[in-house]
Design a protein around this ligand. Sequence first.
Ligand SMILES: Cc1ncc(C[n+]2csc(CCOP(=O)(O)OP(=O)(O)O)c2C)c(N)n1
Ligand SMILES: [Mg+2]
Length: 543
Amino acid sequence: MNDLTVGDYLISRLQALGVRHVFGVPGDYVLSFYALLQSREMRIVNTCDEQGAGFAADAYARMRGLGVVCVTYCVGGLKVANTTAEAFAEKSPVVIISGSPGMKERDKNPLLHHKVRDFDTQLKIFEQITAASTVLADAQTAQKEIDRVLDAALRFKRPVYIEIPRDMVAAPCILHHRTADHRTGSDPDALQEALTEAVAMMNAARKPVILADVEVHRFGLQEMLLRLAERANIPIASTILGKSVVGEEHSLYLGVYEGAMGREEVRRYVEESDCVLLMGVFMTDVNLGIYTARLELGRAIYATSEKLTIRFHTYENVTLQDFLAGLVEAPLLRHEPGEFPHPEPAVEFTAQGTRNVTVRRLFQCLNAFLTRDMVVIADVGDALFGAADLLIRRHTEFLGPAYYTSMGFAVPAGIGAQLANPELRPLVLVGDGAFQMTGMELSTAVRYGLSPIVVVLNNRGYGTERQMQEGPYNDILNWNYHRLPEILGAGRGFLVETEEQLDQALISAERHTESFCILDVQMDPMDRSPALERLTERLSKRL
Ligand SMILES: Cc1ncc(C[n+]2csc(CCOP(=O)(O)OP(=O)(O)O)c2C)c(N)n1
Ligand SMILES: [Mg+2]
């Protein structure tokens, strides 16, 4: 006999997988599980709102390989539907744990508070936006269910849903032999044939190039990819979603490729290549510059965790890991790439006194300010587009919701990121509109002693949308963002109108490490980064 409960088992598995923090807001259906978390030395991080918890857990997962958000039934659960959708779309392994009415309470279908339609309404919603889901309704199967669902999160790098009825938390867990995880390797013949074709194509190419995206990071293949690039001497570009998958000071790094939205030299180099290795690439509109990218599959080796295509041949049952490992060992010729573009180096920023800050100058200044000890987190809007040209010094130092593009990610993500890796200080770039959605999570940062530097790009409204179609619906109330420290009782705020003030504020922010710093950077409502200029031109043609 053992006295392990279902709740204990779930927590011990999460701890074994490296999780030390759980983000969320409690409620009566999940209180007993919260008490258990507390007693098991799992750090509970209470956010102001569940959406904040969802984004924080997503960032934590992107940096540590697994994140957990824990909420109450429906009123909490449905608030993390959006953050879970983002994690699903961008492949981030977040475990959503929701409390729910006890199994015994469900007899005769009573109208219990928070219930929407049926007891399984929330489950059905999460089935659509997770890789696996379960309700721990039976102590006999709870262990297997927990194992199955957590394995799916790790295998597919997607969110999963675990609902724990409140009377099951303390139910004795019936232990079975833990089944090995069901990770399948590649079919050796298919792998061999794929490698032969890929190597022949790469060796015959004059100008091969690698385009690396987020899956390389999610599956921990950065080092292997670099080894491949270095062995065959092939330059690497990244997408905006995969930005920083390769340290951007690497001598083979070209820059961010995003079709016509990105820098012209990078676009030309990638599109003129006679052999493009698309590694873990999401063919999304934003990644491909709203489909302005000209990537012909007849010249591509396209490998993802879900499929492998070489020219027009598709190989079944070849994993991204095995394919990449095979290429690293294969007899590849060393190429002579000749001249190729590099990201613009960060030059020293000389503030031009009383000149007003423009988006372009803001990013030049940030580029000079960035250090290896920072993680840059960009929210949707010009914060994200402008950030494409920031020089990120080592991998996984950049987080941005560049595919699903939900506003409100960055401030809570800064909390998750700093808890995931306390050695990195978050530099959070966020539009005023996005800040108004989740920016009050700075309260959570204060509570847990975190120290993000938050730069609010204050262009008085929805600048990205203004560029496409102007109207009063793009205006928002102007807040005194720099005075938030007065409300929160901690932190430093800076009102920034000129370059001199920007420079000074960043110097002070760098020194003030005890708490958060917020820069309210005032900009012209119609100002924009070069990338946004190119993007909005394309988007507005589609309206
Ligand atoms: C949750 C959510 N709601 C609405 C949108 C649509 N949208 C995309 S950009 C944008 C404006 C963003 O404004 P702000 O955060 O101030 O950044 P800016 O565009 O001004 O740089 C909106 C409303 C979205 N992407 N996400
Ligand atoms: Mg704005």
